[in-house]
Design a protein around this ligand. Structure first.
Ligand code: NI
Length: 272
């Protein structure tokens, strides 16, 4: 058992428990020289499984390498991020489908819409996302959805495909929109931003999502939680996200952890 003092609250974390980081990119350049240490620290912090989330042709391959190097620890996902959207999207989709057929993949994503950086590729993003939704149905895989400054279009597209399911990763929308995604059956994923001091909306969302529809993530190496905000994020920091949500929901952190783990296992059909 690990005791963590977080914002004045003592949090219990079960060492060797099954805490899961439902979204990380530990194949990133940031970890080229210290991956083994980062994995050791994650294990030490009680993290027992990590989703290795690919988002491009290149990173899907890197995620695959991770899953091969650490079997039953990293779980492979593959997708094409909206920032990759171009007029070549059909070629990218063909190679993604090829990849899905060759490897054991636990989710399709991350994929989605990002109008913050890529408004000029909107047309390609919409086509790329829609085709990936269709692929997820064909292969019966959960979607890992990235949505930035595009929440309404994301919702409208998902609504057209009721057979699709998955998670709104690092959800940053309103409570009202969260209700709508929940109604479609989607899980809500929360990460580092929920710990930020002024993150009023993510904190509200953290308390309104039904317990069986919530998952947590780091999105490592991005979006490190308090007290590491601004630094390189790593999976061991998931404990701060857990602690924050336990505090907000006034729940025992162990009880919460077990529920979140069960949700992630169910969503991605991971072995226990
Ligand atoms: Ni990500």
């Amino acid at each position: 058992m690990i005791f963590l003092l977080y914002k004045g609250i003592i949090i219990r974390i079960e060492r060797g428990g099954i805490m899961i980081d439902s979204h990380a990119h530990l194949f990133a350049d940031e970890f080229v020289n210290n991956l083994d240490e980062v994995v050791s620290r994650a294990k030490e912090a009680g993290v027992n499984k990590i989703m290795a989330v690919g988002f491009s042709k290149e990173t899907n391959e890197k995620a695959l390498e991770l899953a091969k190097k650490y079997p039953h620890y990293f779980y492979l996902t593959a997708g094409i991020h909206p920032s990759e959207a171009s007029s070549n999207y059909e070629l990218d989709l063909n190679s993604l489908e090829d990849f899905l057929q060759k490897h054991q993949v636990y989710a399709l994503g991350e994929c989605g819409l990002d109008y913050h950086y890529g408004l000029e590729t909107k047309e390609y993003q919409l086509a790329l996302f829609e085709k990936q939704i269709i692929l997820s149905i064909k292969y019966n895989l959960p979607l890992i959805i990235h949505s930035r400054d595009a929440i309404n279009d994301t919702y409208e597209l998902l609504k057209r495909y009721p057979e699709a399911y998955g998670v709104m990763h690092c959800y940053s929308g309103s409570k009202e929109m969260a209700e709508k995604f929940l109604k479609l059956g989607y899980y809500i994923g929360l990460g580092g931003p929920v710990t930020f001091k002024n993150a009023r909306v993510p904190k509200e969302v953290a308390t309104m999502v039904p317990l069986d529809k919530l998952v947590i993530e780091t999105d490592s190496p991005y979006l490190a939680p308090v007290p590491h905000r601004g630094q390189t994020n790593e999976s061991s920091y998931i404990k701060y996200v857990l602690a924050e949500i336990a505090g907000l929901r006034q729940m025992d952190s162990l009880v919460l952890e077990r529920q979140l783990d069960a949700n992630t296992i169910k969503l991605f059909r991971l072995e226990d």
